[in-house]
Design a protein around this ligand. Structure first.
Ligand SMILES: Nc1ncnc2c1ncn2[C@@H]1O[C@H](COP(=O)(O)OP(=O)(O)OP(=O)(O)O)[C@@H](O)[C@H]1O
Ligand code: NI
Length: 301
């Protein structure tokens, strides 16, 4: 960073994601969600350093160490589809949706020239993009349709893994639900989906599992039905996030997340945690799905 400062934006993160499974990554702004997604796509800034591994199975490269050439030629858009937060940045303003889809088909698949049109239409259909809008330019589309056009582009290659970074930000509730249901359909067709979101209701609607991130670490990883239903979250931060929802008690977690370049030595959440004790001066290990010295006790179902 400028001035030679270093921040550990993501630390000790470990998770897996199976085909046909959706993992939602949630947490407050600045906790490291997008940095994690960028790392998996080889899109970190050049001065970023990574350690560890991110394996794309079967027989994929380690995404953290693969060369830019390999990532660009074989991974991004081909084996890992990115569904962007702002579709505007992914659509070319001067070309119709059809021509952009056909070009992507030509670039990332083996479909012969004569099949481009049909393949582009198939991708549009998979993203619920109406075929009678294919000849429109991006500025002629509503926000929701632009989002679907960008999703269609991401689906062209039939990538087994999709990463969606805040795919519903800025959409109204109805469009959120429709976008989420469309993404869920991709999962039910056998793709893996890592969805990054602030929106816990969207996460509850789409995810099989939830990973809660705080100050660069995953502090809880749980089955979505247990997390959102019974017995509920176990980490006090995760419990606080849920309680802050308008449909729950609507009480925000007191305080603010720490600056990543000034993290406390122990548990980073301790200064905001009602249950903190002397033990929290030491960094809690991630074990049994939670990184906390005093997780909420949950009765065995
Ligand atoms: N290019 C960068 N240079 C330096 N630090 C960065 C850079 N990008 C991100 N960071 C640091 O990494 C932290 C995590 O950022 P990230 O974008 O991953 O957060 P996020 O969880 O995706 O937040 P949001 O929900 O707002 O998108 C930031 O707080 C910032 O300190
Ligand atoms: Ni982000």
């Amino acid at each position: 960073m400028p001035g030679g400062r270093r921040v550990a934006a993501v630390a000790d993160v470990s998770f897996d994601l199976a085909a046909g499974e959706c993992l939602a990554l949630v947490g407050e702004s600045g906790c490291g969600k997008s940095v994690l997604a960028s790392a998996l796509l080889g899109l970190l800034p050049a001065n970023a350093q990574t350690r560890g591994a991110a394996r794309l199975a079967p027989a994929g490269p380690d995404l953290l160490t693969a060369s830019e050439a390999v990532l660009a030629r074989t991974v991004r858009g081909r084996r890992v589809g990115l569904i962007p937060q702002s579709p505007a940045g992914h659509l070319t303003p001067v070309r119709t949706v059809r021509s952009q889809l056909e070009e992507t088909v030509r670039e990332v698949t083996e479909v012969p020239r004569a099949g481009l049109r049909a393949a582009a239409e198939r991708a549009a259909e998979r993203a619920a993009f109406p075929l009678d809008h294919l000849d429109r330019y991006p500025h002629q589309l509503s926000g929701g349709l632009a989002q679907r056009a960008a999703t269609a582009l991401a689906l062209v290659a039939d990538a087994p893994l999709l990463i969606a970074d805040e795919p519903t930000t800025g959409l109204d509730r109805d469009l959120v639900d429709r976008t989420v249901d469309e993404l869920r359909r991709q999962v039910d067709e056998g793709r893996g989906l890592l969805v990054i979101t602030h929106d816990l209701s969207a996460a509850a609607r789409i995810a099989d599992r939830v990973a809660v991130m705080y100050a660069g670490r995953i502090v809880e990883l749980a089955a979505a039905d247990a997390f959102f239903g019974t017995p509920g979250p176990r980490h006090p931060y995760a419990a606080g996030l849920l309680e802050a929802l308008p449909e729950r008690s609507f009480v925000p977690i007191p305080g603010l997340p720490p600056e990543l370049d000034a993290l406390p030595a122990g548990c980073a959440f301790a200064p905001r945690c009602a249950a903190a004790s002397a033990a929290c001066a030491e960094l809690p290990a991630f074990s049994g799905g939670v990184a906390c010295h005093h997780p909420r006790e949950v009765a065995d179902a």
